[in-house]
Write a protein of this length. Sequence first.
Length: 276
Amino acid sequence: MARSVTSRRKLINTTAAWAVGLLIFFPILWTILTSFKTEAQAIAAPPIFLGFDWTLENYSVVMERSDYGRFLWNSIIIAGGSTILGCIIAVPAAWSMAFVPSRRTKDILLWMLSTKMLPAVGVLYPIYLLFIEMGLLDSRLGLVVVLMLINLPIIVWMLYTYFKEIPVEILEAARMDGATLKEELLYVLTPMAIPGIASTLLLNFILAWNEAFWTLNLTAVNAAPLTAFIASYSSPEGLFFAKLSAASTMAIAPILILGWFSQKQLVRGLTFGAVK
């Protein structure tokens, strides 16, 4: 009887999980399907799910109108640069908080996370003026720094939780063997925390890739990433849903592929230390 109840509960949980997953994925699926429709079919009422004439016209129009490669390269540089720079800063910070804590360590961590709750528009004006004065407006370097700073609290917090799971005795043994601080970080701590560091880097890369507020307000042409590429297909005259869907699909495809192939590493890192 117990086995029957357990199997039934497992079936219910699995069905519910699939239902939630499909519900979350449906907007992405609908965007992809709409990208293969004509403009008339895209706004048809009632909506057409699969019974339409598939076409690649929207993709050809998007490729002719926009330099997709430039937007893609800007996104890779901005997301990758902010991720690498954030990791360089966060690893020593998380190490000091995890292995050399003070009475204010938890308070500092909570304060850092609280900054993520603040509305970004509240600091847009001063940052915009600073960028003008420093010549960083519409530059990749400026966006790399901004995206690194807004995601740094999450990077530090995640690395801190991973480092706390590493026995301090291992690091003490390395010091007794003559390891310097640099060697301790590079050759002892980092290899042990690779799953956590990898998942943190992947998550930060995804967050930076999807960031729209700062990338739209601090860029114009030269450093415009894929978020600006999508926004360029929204006009006051009206939305061309099929072409907008094609542009959106081209923008999200790289990150979807990355997430699909790295999901095992991401889950492994996010559950690092969760099971005792």
